[in-house]
Write a new protein. Structure first.
Length: 367
């Protein structure tokens, strides 16, 4: 067959090695809505990129690249300016270049008449952003020029009740997001990493059998009675039932139903760089026990510190790039995560719908 008769085929992208690369064409949690005050400019580093997150005085959230294309000054060190036509622009602190919240340049004060630069052609990258349920999400396209609008809305979570979050804790882990994610979903580490009178103990372990099903861009441990091994549930009283969901790129939430009351514990993993990941724990609830939130919060912080300490220990071994020995059932969620990532990347590259590789199954382990 002549070469010019052959129909070119989209080449399936090579899978990212575990612990390298970051998923694109998806929403990442960036901040709480309450973090962004009208008129304030805030600098974030997300996925290794400098991002200015802000809110206009009219209340609209926006995200643009936090580097002026003129002399590389951070735009977040400037100020928000009101233009004569009512628009709000970000003014660079170095030479006063002004950029709209869409990334387009609105003015270069030093230009004089007759100089040929077309200001409209100057831009900084705009990152699509959205607010949902009191959270701000930023979309990172695979095109490094920032081209491409979101193909789906940001996630929505069942159980955002009781007004604003009752507890918020943030911590940076010095590890790649992949290691942070699989540590988060690992069901067998708790008796050893989270040893405490109020949590787990190696002496109190039970055989577990949990039913899993595919869910949107992830999987769910279907609703089941509380774990006998975890004393944390005792303070809720009643007969708590728990459903735990994971969704790409790094969202895990535990929805607890106690009669008519609800508690949602959402954990958001956001890569700062390839070697640092921010973990944000957010808890909403309409349960009366949340009146004790100031007392409960130190325990949440201690829980995260325990995971952080283990990350630091794990890094001592990871620097030698060892192969990982994944177990059946106990590590199946970690294997699903890797399969989900590969399929997400491939479906985007091939321009086809995402096909969830997770199948309904009962997993068994002891913890």
């Amino acid at each position: 067959m002549p070469a010019d008769d052959a129909t070119p085929k989209t080449q399936r992208p090579a899978p990212m090695k575990f612990g390298t690369g970051l998923l694109r064409d998806c929403w990442y949690f960036a901040a709480l809505s309450s973090d962004l005050k009208p008129g304030k400019l805030q600098r974030y580093e997300l996925l290794g990129e400098p991002v200015l997150l802000g809110r206009t005085r009219k209340g609209e959230v926006y995200a643009i690249r936090d580097v002026c294309p003129h002399r590389a000054a951070p735009l977040s060190a400037g100020r928000l300016v009101a233009e004569a036509d009512g628009r709000e622009t970000v003014e660079c602190p170095y030479h006063g270049w002004r950029f709209g919240t869409d990334g387009g340049c609105a003015a270069i004060p030093s230009l004089v008449e007759g100089q040929g630069l077309d200001v409209a052609r100057v831009r900084v990258r705009r990152y699509p952003s959205a607010e949902s349920q009191g959270m701000v999400f930023v979309w990172f396209a695979s095109d490094p020029r920032g081209q491409g609008e979101p193909t789906e809305p940001p996630p929505v979570f069942e159980g955002v009740v009781g007004g604003g979050p009752k507890i918020v804790e943030r911590m940076d882990f010095d590890t790649h997001m992949d290691h942070a994610v699989v540590g988060l979903m690992d069901p067998t580490h708790a008796p050893y990493v989270h040893q405490a009178w109020w949590a787990r103990s190696p002496k109190r372990q039970y055989d577990k059998a949990k039913v899993f099903e595919p869910s949107e861009a992830g999987f769910v441990m279907v609703r089941h009675p509380r774990s006998k091994a975890n004393r944390i549930y005792d303070i809720l009283g009643g007969q708590p039932e728990v459903e735990i969901t994971f969704r790409l790129p790094g969202l895990r939430w535990e929805h607890i139903q106690i009669g008519p009351r609800q508690l949602l514990a959402l954990t958001c993993l956001t890569p700062v760089t390839e070697s640092k990941t921010t973990i944000t724990q957010i808890i909403w609830s309409d349960h009366p026990v949340m009146a004790l939130a100031p007392v409960i919060k130190p325990f949440v912080r201690a829980f995260l510190h325990q995971d952080g300490d283990m990350v630091n220990l794990q890094n001592m071994g990871l620097k030698y790039d060892p192969p990982m020995l994944w177990l059946e059932d106990g590590d199946t969620q970690a294997k699903w995560y890797q399969q989900l990532k590969r399929e997400w990347t491939a479906s985007r590259a091939e321009g086809r719908p995402f096909a969830n590789p997770v199948k309904p199954v009962t997993l068994r382990w002891r913890s």
